[in-house]
Write a protein that binds this ligand. Structure first.
Ligand code: ATP
Ligand code: LTN
Length: 336
């Protein structure tokens, strides 16, 4: 770790296939930030099991997610890539921080309320204390910035509140983290229901694009994307949610700004516009899909990556954990 550089931490649950939403909202920024910061990017499998997962599929998705991180351009030589359950310090710090987190503040988390409503038969304690584990992920590495999509802002804020509370009781222990949310694409919407976020939970529908989708699947989803009755490509995120979402995606995929896009499609029908957006996404995702397929053929390489990642992460994490254990009054751990 370069001690001059600030630290970045972020993670994604392997609870489904990575989507265009998570790429634009999070991963794309991770790639941009990797030169300037010390970065740790995690596959948060412990968070994934707060909702029931099929074991074989969870294992497969965790590895596929690692391959996709690399395929998206996250350089394993410059960043620490690892799997959360391989570094026990996450769970250990989470227990301690749970004792500094209030029932009331966890009850206000919108992700908990959403997931509880969607999983009425399994509102487990892990779902409720999810933000404490996420705070531990972040605080263990003395993280300055957390690049995430808009929906995760509240979780980074509670991590900051927990850190402040702990620092207040025991003196400076944790750096206070801040969210890093992109200006364009902080919330990519479903292509079918543009009032809802595109998410893995609806990955088998035409509303969601996955990073590994084939060109035909991508084009079909864009052809069917919901628009509006006014035939004009114009950005208006209140009244033209579908078109504005497509413009955002096109802007990220091509680098063009909204004005350039409005001029490009002036007088064109929505059909042409949707085709162009679809094609731009096919080209954006083509190298990612191909590189992922290549990497997945080499399981030994992936194993080496996550092993080295976990070793490096553990070394950093244990410094913070030792400090926390000492501050709360635990007897110094014997070395076995
Ligand atoms: P799930 O449906 O299982 O809750 P998800 O699709 O919402 O998952 P996450 O794993 O929760 O995806 O998110 C991974 C990262 O990508 C987070 O930083 C999140 O903010 C970001 N992200 C996810 N979906 C979007 C989206 N539609 N637009 C922008 N950012 C997103
Ligand atoms: N809660 C996040 C995933 C997540 C995360 C983190 C993101 C778990 N731990 C630490 C950033 C930093 C989600 O649902 N997308």
């Amino acid at each position: 770790m370069d001690t001059q550089k600030k630290t970045i931490f972020s993670g994604i649950k392997p609870s489904g296939d990575l989507t265009l939403g998570s790429y634009i909202g999070a991963i794309k920024n991770w790639v941009n930030l990797q030169e300037e910061y010390n970065c740790l990017y995690c596959i948060v499998d412990m968070h994934a099991i707060t909702v029931r997962q099929e074991p074989a599929l969870l294992r497969k998705r965790s590895l596929a997610q690692l391959a996709q991180y690399v395929a998206c351009g996250i350089d394993p030589d410059k960043n620490i890539l690892y799997i959360q359950s391989h570094v026990p310090a996450h769970a250990e710090l989470s227990w301690v921080l749970g004792c500094y987190t209030m029932f009331g503040e966890l009850s206000r988390m919108t992700q908990f309320k959403d997931k509880a409503a969607k999983n009425e038969d399994n509102i487990n304690a892990g779902l409720f204390t999810y933000p404490v584990l996420m705070a531990s992920d972040i605080l263990l590495y003395q993280t300055h910035l957390v690049p995430v999509g808009e929906d995760q802002k509240q979780h980074v804020e509670i991590a900051r509140d927990i850190a402040k509370r702990f620092n207040g009781v025991y003196s400076e222990t944790f750096i206070l983290p801040e969210p890093f949310i992109p200006k364009t694409g902080a919330r990519i919407m479903s292509l079918q229901e543009p009032e809802n976020k595109m998410s893995k939970s609806e990955m088998d529908s035409d509303g969601c694009i996955c990073l590994l989708d084939e060109p035909d699947t991508i084009m079909r989803a864009f052809r069917k994307a919901v628009t509006d009755s006014e035939t004009c490509v114009r950005f208006d995120s209140e009244n033209k949610k579908g078109i504005s979402n497509l413009m955002t995606i096109y802007s990220v995929a091509t680098g063009k700004n909204f004005e350039e896009i409005e001029n490009e499609f002036d007088g064109c029908g929505y059909g042409d516009f949707k085709l162009a957006v679809g094609e731009s996404v096919v080209e954006l995702l083509r190298p990612i899909r191909e590189k992922t397929q290549d990497l997945l053929k080499n399981k030994d390489y992936l194993e080496q990556l996550y092993t080295e990642g976990a070793m490096k992460a553990s070394r950093i994490a244990s410094k913070t954990l030792d400090k926390v254990y000492r501050k709360v009054g635990f007897v110094k751990k014997p070395r076995f």
